[in-house]
Write a protein that binds this ligand. Structure first.
Ligand code: SF4
Length: 150
């Protein structure tokens, strides 16, 4: 039976990014030959519109560039992503690098200056805390190795 991966929707060509665009990855799309891919956009699930003002994690909060506090939207989106993961029996998550929701191990630092810091996005953090293996589109080989061992 095909294994199932929860995937950032923008990587699959869905135009859900803050700028109204997508970020399709041929390598990610090619995974559909071997796996079931389940798209999720935590920021949309959290009730934010597209396009939207970009946000970054600032301490324990998540703020838009104009200062609007969207912490609750990001948390709601993360809970929705976790629920979807569980409801559809996913075995791993493949998330968009550097996003304040989806980034894994490295995101922008809250200064809105393009500076990166060592931290997970809100959804990646919640899934990892629940013991879920979360990868980015830059770690597809590692993801496949992980799935092969299950
Ligand atoms: Fe893509 Fe995740 Fe941002 Fe949605 S929240 S646009 S899926 S990186």
């Amino acid at each position: 039976m095909k294994k199932t991966i929860l995937v950032s929707a923008c990587l699959l060509g869905i135009s859900c990014r803050y700028d109204g665009k997508s970020k399709p990855s041929e390598e990610v799309l090619a995974l559909s030959e071997k796996y079931n891919l389940v798209p999720v956009c935590p920021e949309i699930y959290g009730g934010l519109p597209t396009p939207r003002t970009p946000s970054e994690r600032v301490g324990e909060r998540t703020l838009m560039r104009d200062g609007t506090d969207v912490t609750e939207n990001y948390l709601r989106g993360a809970e929705a992503a976790l629920s979807l993961y569980r409801a559809l029996g996913c075995q791993a998550a493949l998330f968009k690098a550097k996003s304040p929701s989806c980034g894994v191990g490295e995101i922008y630092d809250g200064s809105f200056t393009g500076t990166l810091t060592a931290r997970d996005g809100v959804s990646a953090e919640l899934l990892a805390r629940e013991g879920i293996a979360v990868f980015t589109e830059l770690q597809i080989r590692e993801l496949e190795k992980y799935l092969d061992k299950l």
